[in-house]
Design a protein around this ligand. Sequence first.
Ligand code: CLR
Length: 264
Amino acid sequence: MLEPALFAHGVLEGGQLAADISVLEIDRVAQNVVKSHLETCQYTTEELKRLAWTLYSPEEVRALQSKSCEAMWQQCSLQISNAIQYVVEFAKRIDGFMELCQNDQIILLKAGCLEVLLIRMIRAFNPLNNTVLFEGKFGGVQMFKSLGCDDLIGAIFELGRTLCRLQLSDEELALFTAAVLLSPDRPWLTESKKVQKLQDKIYVALQHEIQKKHSAEDKLSKMVSKLPLMKTICNLHLDKLEFFRLLHPETAMNFPPLYKEVFN
Ligand code: CLR
């Protein structure tokens, strides 16, 4: 059952040994997470390839730019809310997630789903022309001008560019997003040890997946090094939302329920 070869690679960040996880178990974890990702990723790779050069025309961009701040926020929160539904479904399909207490499931989703979206964004991001998929077409930062959040949007696009440079495969993306979701250090978790065990296995599986092509230490540490920027973006988003809510309480009240629930 135990495969000594894996133990040599089993050193995670912080030097913990993954010595009690067998190759069979790692494969099972990887298969489950990758399958869950592919079933819930909203757009297939083929769809995205086809769409990649479907750009907003300059007139369409101008139309978006001349929308009111409220209307644009409403539109964005709806898109984000739709995307969150897929992340929730992804979480539910990860082995072990539903066995956590409901309290912890909610904490993990609330804390992690924007980070997961930001990582998932690379599938819908074209680094060649700095555009992202928004309501069926690709467009650049200018599209979001009416939100009045140039710093936030700039940071999101910057993250998109840096993550794209890592050239993550769907397998790596699946395992990375699962690991981010199952972060044992989220405040108020009641069973963080259980979460830690799940995350450890996922990181070992990720390391194993990366090793098929690269030096795992290198790529994994590059991936992990983007987490602080993601946290910054999440906090910036919360600040912007809070400010928007002060200015336009009626509009914010009508944001999609899921968006409100996750970010209030
Ligand atoms: C991320 C990957 C998902 C599909 C998806 C849906 C909505 C997109 C999101 C992706 C990327 C970021 C996005 C968002 C809609 C609005 C948001 C383009 C592609 C931009 C950055 C604006 C954020 C505005 C905040 C102030 C709310 O599978």
